[in-house]
Design a binder for this molecule. Structure first.
Ligand code: UDP
Ligand code: MG
Length: 310
């Protein structure tokens, strides 16, 4: 059986079309399937529509969060409740076409445990494209695991992978990174990412920045290392400058009478102050994450289950 894991946050305009598209696409799969919607605290009619779909078709199931916990958490929850031998993670806005799944299945039959989609083309604003482009390259450079370029969460996972994912206890979840970290045989297939069918992107700028930080910080020590190196370089330079001034003071009597330059001092103070603040901020990012893990709160709270055995 195939489990489709689909996070939903205020997608009332899309759900029915999504359901129909999946139904049509599933004709080619030769497999039973279930659709697990994760209602991530929607405030529109998404949950009601899902309930209606469930009454019509008991392959539609859902868990509903008590509030908005975020997309990555929703995906993690969906994976926990999936029962299929094959799991497909996709967005609920039809940017990830269900018609693509049949190509995933082909690779799975070839023996790949992870088949992820690579976004060849995006139909989005140029600044978003640029941001995504640079983010994935930066992530790849920084990260200790090779996270494939331009691959989002749209993927097929074998049961073994999902079991491993479910056993990872961490709270700040960057699913596409964890997926790469697990290993096994993985392959990417390119596709054209559509524009979203209706409604607005639910990822706000802030949420995207958080996601980017989750990716960069959870998978790399490099931000810390960069500041260690910078610290060493700045210390060396200031040591040289100190020696220069010491000798100038000893050898050149005019230097002794001068008031030393205001500009150079203020530049040095501002520069070092900036560097220190940034490095404290980055330390904070790591410490905040440690704090999250130590608190050991559950990842999410479910307020309602639809069509799912207790
Ligand atoms: N989503 C979610 N919780 C959120 C934000 C988004 O479950 O806090 C869902 C959303 O309903 C959609 C998917 O995650 O199904 C991707 O969101 P969106 O299309 O806004 O992201 P983008 O495609 O712009 O990266
Ligand atoms: Mg989208």
């Amino acid at each position: 059986m195939i489990s489709l894991v689909i996070p939903i946050y205020n997608e009332q305009g899309i759900l029915e079309i999504l359901y129909e598209r999946i139904k049509v696409a599933s004709a080619g799969w030769n497999q039973d399937y279930e659709v697990i919607f994760i209602d991530d605290g929607s405030s529109d009619y998404s949950l009601e529509i899902i309930q209606k779909l469930n009454q019509k078709d008991d392959r539609v199931k859902a868990i509903s969060f008590s509030r908005n916990f975020g997309h990555q958490t929703a995906v993690s929850a969906g994976l926990k409740y999936s029962t299929g031998e094959i799991i497909v993670v996709m967005d609920g806005d039809l940017q990830d076409p269900p018609e693509q799944i049949i190509n995933f299945l082909e690779q799975w039959q070839q023996g790949y445990q992870v088949v992820y989609a690579i976004r060849k083309k995006r139909k989005e604003a140029w600044y978003k494209k640029l941001a995504y482009y640079s983010f994935y390259r930066l992530l790849n450079w920084m990260s200790s695991v090779k996270i494939p370029l331009d691959s989002g969460d749209f993927c097929l996972l074998d049961r073994t992978i999902v079991d491993h994912l479910n056993s990872l206890p961490e709270r700040n979840r960057f699913v596409r990174g964890l997926r790469a970290w697990i290993g096994y045989k993985q392959i990417g297939i390119p596709y054209e990412r559509n524009a979203r069918l209706a409604g607005e992107a639910k990822y706000t700028f802030r949420k995207l920045i958080r996601l980017a930080f989750d990716g960069l910080i959870n998978f790399s020590y490099r931000p810390l290392q960069v500041f260690t190196s910078l610290g060493i370089i700045v210390s060396l330079l200031s040591f040289l400058v100190a020696i220069y001034y010491l000798f100038a003071w000893i050898l050149d009597p005019t230097v002794r009478e001068q008031l030393p330059g205001y500009t150079s001092i203020i530049i040095a103070i501002l520069f070092l102050g900036g560097v220190q603040l940034i490095s404290i901020g980055i330390l904070g990012e790591y410490i905040g994450r440690i704090f999250d893990e130590v608190k050991a709160r559950p990842l999410f709270i479910i307020s309602q289950k639809i069509g799912i055995d207790q």
